[in-house]
Structure formats: C-alpha cells, structure tokens
Design a protein around this ligand. Structure first.
Ligand code: RIB
Ligand code: CA
Length: 327
C-alpha cells in the first residue's frame, strides 16, 4: 500500500484555489491534507481566511486553518477583484463556518508542524498564492528545509504572463518572496502559465456544472463562471483553473511535460517586475543543483476529464446524488 503524501495547502482562496481544494479533497486516498495556511493575494487576508474556513466546512474536511501574511514582503498588496470578486469566491455564497483560524500565525504553524515531524517524514507544501508565507518560513527557520519534501507551486511562467505580458499574478504580487523560495535549495516544481493556460474549463463545461444538482460541482461551476464572464477570458470561451494544476500533477504527472530548470525572478520595479526566468541549460549546472522543475505543457482534455469527474464524485460522496438541469 503506497503511503499517502502529507500535504499542507498554502493558498489565497480565490476561485481556483477553492476548486483546487475540492480536487484535493476528492483525492484523500493519495493526500493526507494536514492543514491550510492562508496568504494575502487574490483578496485581503481576512477574506481569504474566511473563505478557507467556509470551504473546509463545505468540503467536510476536519483540518486546521492558519492565517498568514497580510502583505507581500516589501510590496503593497495587489488584489485580483475582477477575477475573484469582492468576496474572493465570485458570487458563490457558502454557509458561514463557525470555525476560527488557529491562534498561531501561519508561518509559526508551518514551522511547528514541520519541526514536530518524526524521523524521516516530510511534508509537501503546495502553494497556490503568492509565496510570502513560505519565504518567511525559509528565512526565519531554515532548519525546517530538511522536513520539506518539495514545494509544488502555481506561479510564474517560462514564457508569458497574465497580470502583465511577462509576469504571472503570484510571482508579480511578491517577487521577493519568490526569489527567496527559488534560492532556498528546497526541491521545487513550478506549475506556471505554460501548463496552466491549457488547464481550463470551457464555457459549456462550466454551464453544465452550474446546472448540475451536485452541490460541489455547482459551487465550483458558479465560482469558475464568475471568473470566466468577468475577465477577458470570456473572449477565450474558457477559464484556466490554475491552482488545480499542482494537485493534478501530483495525481496524474503523466498528463504534463516537465523540464529541469534553474529558477529566478525579476524583482525590479520595471515592466518586467515578477517575470520568472527559467534556465534550461542543465549542462551548465552541477547534478545536485537541478532539483527544480517546470511544467511546460499539459493535456487539456485529460485535465478537464479528471477535474470534472473529481468534482462530481466529491459532491456525491458528501451530499448525495441529486437531479439537476444537466440530467
Ligand atoms: O495567476 C494565477 C494565480 O493567481 C492563481 O493562483 C490565482 O488564484 C491567483 O492567485
Ligand atoms: Ca491562488
């Protein structure tokens, strides 16, 4: 029997973070979800933490939520209200959880959970927001690096951008944090736009989710529909569900093309702020240096099939099968 992968989700829910949590919750045969840590990104730390608490209840997960950094390390917050809405979850209204966030700050929570790991046990940190929490953890408590199996994160791009022509939102929001993580020596998998721009749901797929009687599928469809119709993605007719990709990679690596690369990031104030640089010249680096990888491509139809199946399966398992308009 293969051991479950211990995971902590660092996120800024956020529409696609919320769908990613559903996908992770649908794969508890593979993931031992230990905790969620929140970070300012798509919305304020208050809103993303409230969303995380409500999502944990909605997906019937019994895991702690620890509130993290309220701002990037040096920059002012850049919220993504057009994509994620005033609440951070579009127009989707979830029941309000009675849970509270942990007393400890997320960075301390991460340090304590990592430090307490017995023996050779390690945790995979999956980050789907700006890397502020993880950067602070690695700078303040470098001794925990040996307890991190790898950091699999949604961010950056070998080519292109979304918030600017050459920068992706998470790396743009906190480039200094990204630089700290990139130079930390912790094994990395960058799930950047090169792959996530192919990891989409079409307008038709979103509409069917919205019309379904499945509570999880409908909620995720409503959230994705908000991002689809309120951004220029409406002209694409599909919306990238960026944050599902790290989890999809851990479950179905075979649908991705992966290349080793040394990562860096532009911390200037100029037009290339937050641009991630991928050095694919493996022959110029020592063997041990090459412990960072970039997803360069993805199988769109497989991504869509696995994601949609997972959403319906989770909803049916949690709330039963109900008739909807899509029957
Ligand atoms: O660029 C996409 C990323 O920025 C996703 O993580 C999305 O949630 C936003 O945080
Ligand atoms: Ca996110």
């Amino acid at each position: 029997m293969t051991m479950k992968r211990k995971i902590i989700m660092d996120c800024d829910p956020g529409v696609d973070d919320a769908v990613a949590l559903a996908f992770a919750a649908a794969h508890q045969e593979a993931f031992e979800l230990l905790a969620i840590t929140t970070v300012s990104g798509n919305q304020s730390i208050e809103k993303v933490t409230r969303n995380a608490l409500n999502l944990v209840d909605f997906y019937k997960l019994d895991i702690p939520v620890a509130r993290g950094m309220a701002e990037p390390i040096t920059r002012v917050p850049v919220y993504a209200e057009r994509t994620h809405g005033e609440t951070g979850l579009g127009h989707c209204v979830l029941p309000v959880s009675s849970r509270c966030a942990e007393e400890e700050h997320a960075v301390m929570y991460l340090r304590n959970i990592l430090s307490a790991l017995p023996g050779n046990e390690k945790i995979t940190l999956v980050a789907t927001g700006p890397l502020t929490n993880l950067a602070m953890l690695l700078k303040l408590f470098p001794e925990v690096k040996g307890k991190i199996r790898e950091i699999v994160f949604m961010g950056g791009a070998a080519c292109g951008g979304n918030i600017t022509p050459c920068a992706e939102f998470n790396s743009y929001t906190d480039p200094e944090a990204a630089k700290i993580v990139f130079h930390s020596g912790v094994p990395l998998v960058m799930c950047g736009l090169d792959a996530t721009m192919k990891c989409t749901l079409t307008r038709r797929q979103v509409a069917k989710l919205c019309q379904s009687g499945d509570k999880v599928a409908k909620a995720c469809g409503d959230m994705a529909g908000f991002s689809l119709e309120n951004t220029s993605s409406k002209y694409r007719g599909e919306i990238s569900i960026h944050d599902v990709v790290p989890y999809m990679y851990l479950i179905h690596p075979e649908i991705f093309t992966v290349k080793p690369a040394i990562l860096d990031v532009d911390c200037s104030e100029g037009i290339s702020r937050g641009a991630t640089l991928c050095d694919f010249r493996w022959w110029k680096h020592e063997e041990g240096e090459l412990d960072s990888f970039v997803l360069m491509d993805a199988d769109k139809s497989k991504f869509q099939e696995y994601l949609i199946t997972a959403l319906y399966e989770l909803g049916e398992a949690l709330y039963g099968k109900k008739e909807g308009l899509d029957q």
